[in-house]
Design a protein around this ligand. Sequence first.
Ligand SMILES: CC(C)(COP(=O)(O)OP(=O)(O)OC[C@H]1O[C@@H](n2cnc3c(N)ncnc32)[C@H](O)[C@@H]1OP(=O)(O)O)[C@@H](O)C(=O)NCCC(=O)NCCS
Length: 163
Amino acid sequence: MNKRAASVSIAFDRMTPADVERVLAIEQAAYTSPWTRRMFESELWENPFSFAYVAREEEQRRIVGYVLFWMVYDELHLMNVAVDPAWRKRGIGEELVRFAINTGVGRGIRMATLEVRTSNLTAQSLYRKLGFHQVGVRRSYYREPREDALLLQCEFDGKPEEG
Ligand SMILES: CC(C)(COP(=O)(O)OP(=O)(O)OC[C@H]1O[C@@H](n2cnc3c(N)ncnc32)[C@H](O)[C@@H]1OP(=O)(O)O)[C@@H](O)C(=O)NCCC(=O)NCCS
């Protein structure tokens, strides 16, 4: 059963190079084929379309999750979102995705897209809750293990999401 623990107060900050160590620890706990330090650093420094934010719990200001997305013209592509396993099921993942979408809608995006593993029912449940629907399948998109991706999409009418 997906029962939520008590929710937690979260603050969002742009991800900086100083955050990458902690982000990598969460990344490695979250994925079988995690992004490398180089991948995060190239997103932070070399990709003008890339936006990355960390979520900090407000008591000790520890990073408990992060979200990374691209915005190109009126489209947002969600590249990565993860929450520290010890902090899951408290609404943080949902807040991270809502934050990304609201940031995008505030800058005029009309559509958000993302890929998700076919086996990742937890993330799919989160995305469907936020209004994403399936528009395609990318065959053998992932490695370790090799797996298809579902391509999900959500359209906006220009107003930020509630919540
Ligand atoms: C996906 C992830 C970010 C969710 O973070 P989280 O903080 O635990 O999620 P939330 O507490 O905000 O839950 C939001 C919704 O997600 C879904 N969800 C979360 N945990 C779930 C679980 N264990 N089983 C089923 N659905 C789940 C539910 O729809 C939930 O809404 P509800 O609480 O109203 O039922 C987290 O599990 C994670 O980091 N996973 C590994 C990385 C990953 O898979 N990222 C997505 C790649 S596409």
